[in-house]
Design a binder for this molecule. Sequence first.
Ligand SMILES: NC(=O)C1=CN([C@@H]2O[C@H](COP(=O)(O)OP(=O)(O)OC[C@H]3O[C@@H](n4cnc5c(N)ncnc54)[C@H](OP(=O)(O)O)[C@@H]3O)[C@@H](O)[C@H]2O)C=CC1
Ligand SMILES: Nc1nc(=O)c2c([nH]1)NC[C@@H]1CN(c3ccc(C(=O)N[C@@H](CCC(=O)O)C(=O)O)cc3)C=[N+]21
Length: 295
Amino acid sequence: MQILDGKLVSKAIKDQLALNVAELKAQGKKVPHLAAILVGNDGASETYVASKVKSCAEIGYHSTLLRFDDHISEKHLLDHINMLNENPDVDGILVQLPLPKSINEELVINTIDPSKDVDGFHPMNVGKMVSGLPTFIPATPYGIMLMLEHYNIETKGKHAVVIGRSHIVGTPMSILLSRNSNPGNCTVTLCHSQTKNLKELCLQADIVVAAIGRPDFVTGDMVKEGAVVIDVGINRVADNTKKSGFRLVGDVKFDEVAPKCSFITPVPGGVGPMTIAALLKNTYHSAIGQKGNRN
Ligand SMILES: NC(=O)C1=CN([C@@H]2O[C@H](COP(=O)(O)OP(=O)(O)OC[C@H]3O[C@@H](n4cnc5c(N)ncnc54)[C@H](OP(=O)(O)O)[C@@H]3O)[C@@H](O)[C@H]2O)C=CC1
Ligand SMILES: Nc1nc(=O)c2c([nH]1)NC[C@@H]1CN(c3ccc(C(=O)N[C@@H](CCC(=O)O)C(=O)O)cc3)C=[N+]21
């Protein structure tokens, strides 16, 4: 069993991006600039946004963090997005999800200029992705593809079972894995809460991607010997031995599943850091005017 080390791979990607930024500077060009919008004070969202901003600083990007409280009006938020759309210095715009119930998430996403939509959530970019055209690929599935690529994991002809059909993870993941590319060329089964024979399907999988949001959902008896298991879940469970009062666990029961796997991602230190590296890659591509990354 080999651990897929998201910290290590994301560092390699960030090191390369830092070199690219130094080169842009040497050529007198502007550095990439990511603008992140955070509404409310959800602890987990704060952590993610903070680590995105910190990563930008580490590799020499500019970043702007706009923070608003829960009561911000939808109009005010849209006005700010429009200002970022019109600001030629800003290359990437990210609105951290979820948003408060009072704000229409779809309208917010539709307002982001597709050419700055480094999350790849705008319907125009989703359409391009589905059509196999160059565009921004949502960061989490993009990061997973980069991880599979880094470790040279054979995916061609394999049966991949993706659990979860969200627009930000499961659905784009299923599309990328089924593409005629490397990594890719999988036969994909996309499962969700209405799937009847989940355990049987998982037992047939050469690759399992778990994106459910339930701690320890995938157990040892659901995974076949030699499978590749990608754990997307980030769940906070109460733990009073920790200073924070919680610890992070994935959607996969690691202790049971890991011994059966050929490869497995840990939580933390697996998909999470890769998501950030992928977002930074999308932002770089936006800055150099090349929305050409296809996996
Ligand atoms: N590491 C990272 O970078 C990221 C991690 N995450 C984490 O990944 C997890 C999933 O996130 P996200 O995709 O946004 O979650 P969502 O809640 O949007 O989607 C969860 C999916 O799981 C399905 N599901 C729920 N219960 C079951 C069940 N009993 N059996 C089968 N399927 C089920 C749902 O089905 P249905 O559609 O029928 O409701 C849904 O499709 C979370 O833990 C989240 O924190 C998310 C984004 C990035
Ligand atoms: N518009 C938008 N884009 C997103 O990409 C987006 C989002 N909204 N909303 C929420 C999810 C979640 N997400 C994570 C990113 C990094 C880690 C990450 O770095 N995790 C670390 C641990 C972090 C910690 O200690 O809490 C790890 O797994 O090692 C996790 C989760 C991005 N998301």
